[in-house]
Ligand binder design. Structure first.
Ligand SMILES: Nc1nc2c(ncn2[C@@H]2O[C@H](COP(=O)(O)OP(=O)(O)OP(=O)(O)O)[C@@H](O)[C@H]2O)c(=O)[nH]1
Length: 400
């Protein structure tokens, strides 16, 4: 059964209404809410299979919240493509650390085991070993600034004769890496008592929608109430993908349809979330290259529009970065930060890459907390960023 959840239980202020109409006026008029459009929360009602399909959002279409068994119908109505998120983790339960260690195995191979190979048979730490180490850090995608900091720390210890044994080099590296990562560990969680907005941004395919779903699952399990906004109105299947997550984690989703105005969808979702005293709205947005100025302007507009309802909104703007993009992730982070001001970074796909060193490159280059890391497609594969366990997993012995 698919439900509509909007019901007129709180009228927006005239300011909110004028903002909605500004949104409509400035962007694809036909698809933005009509002037005076008020999100509603309807009591659950059964809908026909026909109306379960994502609406093409005519102007009188109310945003939809689809918390119930939508995923099944979505996949039925999507021409056989399985858009629903991974449903169950079929692997036997593993400890959090085992997951992390497994997720980072390719990076560990590149980095830690590489260091092991460098020091094998060496009796002293000489210039040649230090040069090889520097090259290895760069190859492992730590970037020049983090590599320089680590090399300075190690070289200084060697100079002071505090570090003479190649076998303890790993320990020195571990501690230098931790010094870089630790300042970026800062957790964030929703609060009870006011509706906050978390905007998810990033380039195409970075993992925004997946991370949105995983975060929703985590915070729902922690007792927070949530609404998701399907602000990625560009990619054809993105709305359905988010609705699949909403269904899976039992969190309502506000959606219009592909081609709708993203700012308008997110504005409506915020109105609805506030009306329901929801703790958190997570707004998914369309993927865009950091070099696409007009699309970066669109993100600024989303921020502006949200600010009309609450000057503090969006309360968080998180950039989702695919670790596999290596040093390019740095450019992305810098440019997104300049354009819209980031308050957090999530680094995904650490499981599929040997470029895990990029986490250190990002930590060194940007004063932005790394909130979560993703190491797989399952809900449990998203972990709060904890430098100690990250570094432990990176330096863990392969067989244990
Ligand atoms: N292996 C792995 N895959 C991931 C991870 N996070 C996301 N993915 C996969 O990456 C692909 C893209 O993820 P999406 O969430 O659709 O990315 P997006 O940023 O929303 O994409 P756009 O809407 O095109 O901008 C999907 O197949 C996800 O399952 C991760 O941590 N590890």
């Amino acid at each position: 059964m698919v439900f509509n959840w909007f019901k007129r239980n709180k009228s927006p202020s005239p300011e909110e209404l004028s903002e909605a109409s500004e949104t409509a006026a400035t962007h694809r008029e036909s698809e933005a809410p009509a002037e005076g459009h008020i999100p509603e929360v309807l009591e659950p009602e059964t809908k026909s299979a026909e109306t379960d399909k994502v609406a093409a959002s005519p102007s009188d279409q109310l945003p939809e919240l689809l918390p119930e068994d939508a995923a099944e119908k979505i996949s039925q109505s999507s021409g056989g493509d399985d858009l629903s998120p991974p449903v169950a983790d079929s692997a036997p339960p593993k400890s959090m650390f085992a997951r992390l260690r497994e997720g980072l195995s390719r990076s560990r191979e590149q980095f830690t085991e590489g260091v092991g190979r460098l020091v094998l048979g060496k009796k002293v730490i000489d210039d040649e070993l230090l040069e090889d180490l520097e090259a290895l850090l760069l190859q492992a995608d730590l970037g020049s600034a983090a590599t320089l900091e680590i090399m300075s720390a190690v070289t200084e210890k060697v100079r002071r004769k505090e570090l003479t044994d190649p076998a303890v080099l790993k320990k020195a590296l571990r501690s230098a890496l931790l010094d870089i990562l630790q300042p970026r560990a800062e957790t964030w969680a929703p609060e009870k008592g006011r509706t906050q907005v978390l905007m998810m941004v990033g380039i195409n395919g970075a993992g925004k929608t997946t991370t949105t779903g995983k975060l929703a699952a985590r915070w729902k399990a922690e007792g927070f109430s949530l609404v998701l906004a399907a602000g990625d109105t560009f990619r054809a299947a993105a709305v359905e993908q988010l609705q699949g997550w909403g269904q899976r984690v039992q969190v309502p989703v506000v959606a219009q349809g592909t081609g709708a105005d993203s700012a308008s969808v997110i504005f409506d979702a915020f109105t609805a979330a506030r009306a329901r005293d929801t703790d958190l709205l997570i707004a998914d947005t369309a993927g865009r290259l950091h070099t696409q100025n007009h699309l970066m302007e669109e993100l600024k507009k989303v921020k502006r529009v949200l600010g009309k309802q609450d000057p503090d909104a969006p309360h968080q703007v998180w950039l989702v970065l695919d670790a596999g993009t290596g040093q390019n992730a740095l450019n992305q982070a810098q440019q997104f930060h300049e354009a819209i001001g980031l308050t957090g970074i999530c680094i995904t796909k650490l499981d599929g890459t040997a470029k895990g060193g990029v986490v250190a490159a990002i930590a060194k280059a940007l004063p932005i907390p790394i909130r979560y890391i993703g190491m797989g497609e399952q809900v449990a594969d998203l972990r709060p960023f904890d430098p100690e366990s990250f570094v432990d997993a990176l330096f863990a012995e392969s067989k244990s």
